[in-house]
Design a protein around this ligand. Sequence first.
Ligand code: NAI
Length: 340
Amino acid sequence: MSSESVSQRKIAFYDTKPYDRKYFDRAAETHNLQIEYHEFRLSKANATSVHGAQIVCVFVNDRIDRSCLEALGGLGVKLIALRCAGFNNVDLGAAKELGISVVRVPAYSPYSVAEHTVALLQTLNRKIHRAYNRVRELNFSLGGLVGFDLHGRTVGILGTGKIGKITAQIFRGYGCNVVAYDLYPDQEWSGKHKIEYTELETLLGSSDIVSLHLPLTPESYHLLNEQTISQMKKGAYLLNTSRGKLIDSAAVIAALKCGQLGGVALDVYEEEEGVFFEDHSETALQDDVLSRLLTFPNVLVTSHQAFLTEEALGAIAATTADSIDLFLDGKECPEERIVA
Ligand code: NAI
């Protein structure tokens, strides 16, 4: 192999965590790729760290804005491989202008996210998070731990793509009534699973639990805000394992304080960049909105971990390496992986 082809097969990898290395090292071996891992997130300020690589691999909180792309383009980068499904952190218009291709992993394990969503709800509903701590202090009392049966409750699913559909089907398995809202309803699927599509306002007004599974777009930004939260049933539960900016967090805090929301489970948060995925246990948390959210006993926050299963990590690494291989061979990726 020539030195040129060796450098072509080099990948600058950002926001690396130990679990990334485990799965990507395996994929790199299979696909003969050389990965240079960086623990920091990629931005314009540190773009020279690509060190001659034509391909960079990034995650949800690397900020690939126009200035970063311009710097990367100037350094000879040709491909951004997102090791996630969402691509709201990349300026796609700028990438196209600069001739930098962008690929993603459109689906890895929708089960991972859907199952985490239901795990969050049931932890919150059945107060497992409180019971866990209580029992460890040898307090075996049950006061304050009353939950509700999911059976017979109405669940509203916003966004019935890959993850929303699996989540809806899990809730059907519990014996819930499921209603759904999507810009592009899939009537065949809804008929098969006895799920009814409704307008957003109707869904919000009839659901005991509302779960978000749509992407972040200009249209969906703060879809759950003061007005739409006020349309929800009093005491309803809100679940978000999709993207933080779908929810106006200040409106959620106000609704929790007056009991309009009975519980909130979040795997994503609108200002998670720089906070989630990191250990801040030795420093003061600077985000007062997140700090306030964490004080509610009926709020459960996980750190964007819904995707974190063996199956999902393996599939992410395999698909990313395959996309890179296709790119290096001058072949087209499957269309659903191409975002620019
Ligand atoms: P998908 O593309 O299969 O489905 C999205 C659905 O939302 C589509 O049916 C689409 O028609 C609908 N939609 C889009 N904009 C809408 C709008 N404004 N109003 C109503 N419906 C709208 O996506 P998938 O794979 O189901 O993922 C959903 C989201 O989950 C992703 O966009 C991503 O943000 C998030 N996600 C979170 C992860 C985590 O670890 N927490 C991991 C993977 C994805």
